[in-house]
Write a new protein. Structure first.
Length: 165
């Protein structure tokens, strides 16, 4: 894929993010993966979370070949990891258009995000993943993330992952 990168999301792109999340949830459901099911028909609290991310300038659109192919929310703090400043960059809602699955684009984007965090003085790249989603956990572990803990958020067990950068 040419011209792969990301840019800050524009206010009118909330529906694009919701659509990408919905498509990813549908793809997982079709494969018997019980993860992100809330995004199939997101309750208002989930939509509010997306809006808050837009309001805080935390959402980015992944671009490739001149079109939007994914999204990610990048944060400098994350309550799942506890409060306070630290030297980590965090991601949520990372997804790439499922029509592009298997081409290594997700790894390329993770590398771009890692470079961005490093350039902004971060020493760690962190994320969380559903503890029961073994395939996704293996994907992140192949990228070099190590599990460092677990939390339960809204009834879902999440594994916390960290990678030194």
């Amino acid at each position: 894929m040419k011209n792969l990168g990301f840019r800050k999301a524009k206010p009118g792109e909330i529906e694009t993010v919701l659509s990408l999340l919905r498509d990813a949830a549908s793809w997982m459901k079709g494969r018997g993966i019980d993860h992100w099911r809330e995004w199939l028909d997101p309750p208002e609290i989930f939509v509010k979370w997306i809006r808050e991310g837009f309001d805080r300038g935390q959402f980015y659109m992944v671009q490739g070949d001149g079109r939007t192919i994914g999204c990610v929310r990048m944060q400098s703090r994350d309550p799942f990891w506890g409060e306070g400043e630290d030297s980590a960059g965090y991601i949520h809602s990372f997804t790439i258009d499922r029509d592009l699955a298997g081409r290594g684009i997700g790894v390329e984007v993770l590398n771009l995000i890692q470079d961005y965090f490093r350039e902004h003085g971060k020493k760690f790249f962190r994320l969380d993943c559903g503890t029961e989603v073994k395939g996704l956990r293996a994907y992140y572990e192949r990228f070099g993330f190590k599990p460092v803990g677990e939390v339960t958020v809204k009834g879902e067990r999440l594994t916390l992952y960290e990678k030194p950068i």
